[in-house]
Design a binder for this molecule. Structure first.
Ligand code: CFM
Ligand code: HCA
Length: 534
């Protein structure tokens, strides 16, 4: 791997090489070396990353079906966000509000950029209100809005006060505001926490009540998790934000536990809710059958109820044989194959569980925009230097709510749970789970991914739509782990089975052998000695 690492950076100009050198790391799960992450991309290097607005509007707020999300900006920004993330939703009745299929935009023109767009924004809010009378309207700022200084917060407040029965709030999530989508997650967490959580004190019936944080119902993932919760007797109060409603989120502070699936996009919410309301949070993973079982056991242990524990065990005992039957059928065909995962800020880690269930090894992986704690574990948090780009993003000052703060577990109870091995407020990150000498690459560049493929020739490469066809033209199947290539769900017990079958079809498809990859076309059969040695 050290030769590969050298090879990846040797073509770069000195300054670029120096920078990339710190983001390309040879893993050691024991010592866990430092990875440079959450820093600006080298211009022109062709990153997989998206923007702050994508993280705020597209990722966190987008999946809630009864908010009217108005994009304040040129039409391109809106159109690109229109139904592209496959976050599904299931309204209670055919008549129930669902704005997910709509695309709301102020369609800013040059005139608005020159003379200001607030008037047009207020007109758009009024129009949305008159047409739909929604419970909430959220405004999302795109790049030009920040550059010309439109005050989306003042406009939102003015309209909120005017309507009285519609919660209008804005987000300063201009695309350029951070180094990636990640900034948008933080801004979205702050806004949802300030403007939504805690507005409704109605108490949902249920003995074991939790919120599911960081699950966005891509390809129906949340439906499978809901099915499992229902079977085990766990009550889902709110989901942030797959298959969710405004009402659920306003009610989230009545739950007794927050479980976090995607740590990167929503750990801020877990922290803030703990400080304000006294709800502990716990990292879980419902990607992978074993991880699902483990997460359910963790939840049962947290509530400490014998009946719940028994029900969880019964559900696992019933679901697992079906999973195992599919593994037994498929694993002989997938065993020993290799995968590379370069995805977002959590899936590059979570999906490794599914691959290991198939006997496949992850030889290289990385996130697009995660932070060091997602790679190395949360224990590195105190040591992370806050640079100017991160300082730009507001850190809310949260204190215990004078009326609603109610610690669900005492310090002693939390300590006892930790002693039992239950990781409260923790996340170990991706590297602990990856094998020694595998490669960890943050914000992989286009050139680096091409070289990695040439050198390792993985049996499957996991990334997104921008990478898909380039990689497939190299003769390597690419599985999209953002949209699932229209497949899914992949969570829980049912989802694991779907995934095994899809991967089997891809890695064992004879079509890939019919394509000549660039290295096969090279005169000596392999373009460099380095490639030949792998
Ligand atoms: Fe979390 Fe996500 Fe992801 Fe993410 Fe995303 Fe996504 Fe992703 Mo695409 S919130 S970090 S910003 S799991 S949109 S649902 S698939 S890159 S790995
Ligand atoms: C985003 C959304 C995205 C893009 C996926 C892809 C998603 O980053 O704005 O590049 O294929 O999951 O839809 O991550």
């Amino acid at each position: 791997p050290s030769l590969v690492r050298e090879d990846l950076i040797q073509k770069y100009p000195t300054k670029v090489a120096k920078k990339r050198n710190k983001s390309i790391v040879i893993n050691d799960p024991e010592t866990i070396p430092e990875v440079q992450a959450n820093v600006r991309t080298v211009p022109g290097i062709i990153t997989q990353r998206g923007c702050c607005y994508a993280g705020c509007k597209g990722v966190v707020l987008g999946p809630t079906r009864d908010i009217v999300n108005i994009v304040h900006g040129p039409i391109g920004c809106s159109f690109y966000a229109w139904l592209t993330r496959r976050n599904q939703t299931r309204p209670e009745t055919p008549e129930a509000e669902n704005y997910i299929t709509y695309c709301f935009s102020t369609d800013m023109q040059e005139e608005n950029v020159v003379f200001g767009g607030e008037k047009k924004l207020k007109q758009a809010i009024q129009e949305a209100y008159d047409l739909f009378h929604p419970k909430a309207i959220a405004i999302f700022s795109t790049c030009p809005v920040g550059l010309i200084g439109d005050d989306v917060h003042a406009a939102s407040k003015e309209m909120r006060d005017k309507f009285g029965d519609c919660n209008v709030f804005g987000f300063s999530c201009e695309g350029y505001r951070g180094v990636s989508q990640s900034a948008g997650h933080h801004i979205a967490n702050n806004g949802v926490f300030k403007h939504m959580v805690g507005r409704n004190n109605a108490v949902k019936e249920g003995k074991f009540k939790l919120n599911l944080l960081g699950e966005y119902n891509i390809g129906g993932d949340a439906f499978e998790i809901e099915r499992i919760f229902e079977r085990t007797g766990i009550t889902l109060v709110a989901s942030f934000s797959g298959n969710s409603t405004v009402g659920q989120i306003e009610n989230a502070h009545t739950a007794d536990l927050n479980v976090i699936l995607c740590h990167r996009s929503i750990n801020y919410m877990g922290e803030m809710m703990e400080t304000k309301y006294g709800i502990p949070w716990m990292k879980v993973n419902f990607v992978g059958a074993e991880s699902t079982a483990k997460s359910l056991r963790k939840i049962a242990e947290y509530f400490g109820d014998e009946e719940l524990k028994a029900r969880v065990e019964a559900v696992i005992a019933e679901e697992m044989p079906k999973v195992k039957a599919v593994i037994d059928e498929i694993r002989p065909r997938t065993e020993g194959k290799t995968a590379m995962l370069f995805v977002g800020g959590s899936r590059a880690h979570h999906y490794q569980d599914l691959f290991s269930e198939l006997g496949m090894t992850t030889v290289a992986a990385g996130y697009e925009f995660a932070h060091r704690d997602d790679y190395e574990g949360r224990h590195v948090l105190p040591g992370i230097k806050i640079d100017a780009d991160s300082k730009n993003i507001e850190e809310l000052k949260v204190t215990a709510d004078p009326e609603l703060y109610n610690p669900r577990k005492s310090e002693a109870e939390l300590e006892a749970l930790k002693e039992k091995g239950l990781e409260i407020n923790g996340y170990e990150g991706m590297m602990k789970q990856m094998l020694k000498k595998t490669l960890v690459v943050d914000d992989v560049s286009h050139y680096e991914s091409e070289r990695l493929i040439e050198i390792y020739k993985p049996d499957i490469f996991c990334a997104g739509i921008k990478e898909k066809y380039v990689v497939q033209k190299m003769g390597v199947p690419l599985k999209q782990l953002h949209s699932y290539d229209y497949g899914g769900p992949y969570t829980g017990f049912e989802g694991a089975q779907n995934f095994y079958r899809d991967i089997d079809r891809m890695v064992n498809n004879p079509v890939w052998k019919l394509i000549k990859a660039p290295w096969q076309k090279a005169e000596n059969g392999s373009s460099t000695a380095l490639e030949a040695s792998y």
